[in-house]
Design a protein around this ligand. Structure first.
Ligand SMILES: O=C(O)C(=O)[C@H](O)CO
Ligand SMILES: [Mg+2]
Length: 260
């Protein structure tokens, strides 16, 4: 069975981060991952993870000006210095917290600006990968579906895979989010198998609702079985938006016959 991580960007969001870690551990999760935890002292996060016996996994680079619809800086020409500052911030935070990966976010790009944005992202990411690699950290690239995030730099695995191929550095991997893949592309089991050698982390939520994985059009029994069959030894991140409370929504663990 896969090993599950609690994504604290979506789970137990009604409390401070250190209490979220405690709640995840109490529920049985053995690892946690976060979105943008920068307001919390990373050493306190490291201590909380050690105290509760959970592994600390990944975080995201900052998004830029969220009020203007920004969702990452890596592929924005003219914002190179800001992106590198975001990478430096996330590397420093991840090291102090004991994390293992950084989701490097490219941002929202109009279709007509894609050629310039692609060149910028390749340059930016190449530098960032060397910086992260010096500390044993992996950079993750995550296609987001166009319903959730219109005009995001990539919405398909192929889009992220092309960037990885162009840069050719071993510590740049795909974040395979079953929710985004299901909405954008479908045929999830085939895609999982095809991209497995390039995957650095897996996340999941129901399609189309993004709720717990016990509803909707994806059979998560089959997904979790395939993750095992394909030899995935990493964590699988529960990154869903609970229908009601997080604790109340954990029935999927029993329904799907998995253990945390
Ligand atoms: O949106 C997602 O699926 C993510 O995993 C990002 O990290 C948050 O935007
Ligand atoms: Mg995700």
């Amino acid at each position: 069975m896969p090993r599950f991580s609690a994504n604290l960007g979506f789970l137990w969001t009604d409390r401070p981060l250190l209490d979220q870690i405690a709640a995840a551990a109490k529920a049985g999760f053995k690892a946690v991952e976060m979105h943008w935890p920068y307001d919390t002292d990373p050493k306190a996060v490291r201590d909380a993870c050690a105290r509760h016996g959970v592994a600390m996994l990944g975080i995201n680079t900052v998004r830029g000006d969220v009020s203007k619809g920004e969702n990452g800086l890596g592929a924005l020409p003219g914002r190179e210095a800001e992106f590198q500052a975001a990478i430096d911030q996330s590397i420093a935070w991840a090291i102090a917290a004991g994390g293992t990966s950084i989701h490097a976010m490219p941002g929202v790009v109009k279709p007509i600006d894609m050629p310039a944005a692609t060149g910028t992202f390749v340059e930016n990411l190449s530098i960032a990968a060397d910086k992260a690699g010096a500390h044993g950290l992996t950079l993750l690239l995550e296609p987001l579906n166009p319903r959730a995030m219109p005009n995001y730099f990539y919405s398909t695995l192929r889009g992220a895979g092309d960037i990885i191929a162009r840069i050719g550095k071993p510590n740049i991997k795909i974040m395979f989010d079953v929710f985004h893949v299901g909405v954008s592309e479908g045929d999830v089991l085939t895609k999982l198998e095809y991209w497995m050698p390039h995957i650095g982390h897996i996340q999941f939520a129901a399609v189309p609702s993004r709720a717990e994985p016990d509803e909707g059009e994806i059979d998560f029994r089959a997904i979790f079985k395939a993750i095992d069959r394909l030899g995935w030894k990493g964590w699988v991140g529960a990154e869903y938006k609970p229908r009601a409370g997080t604790d109340e929504g954990l029935g999927w663990v029993k329904t799907l016959g998995v253990t945390l």
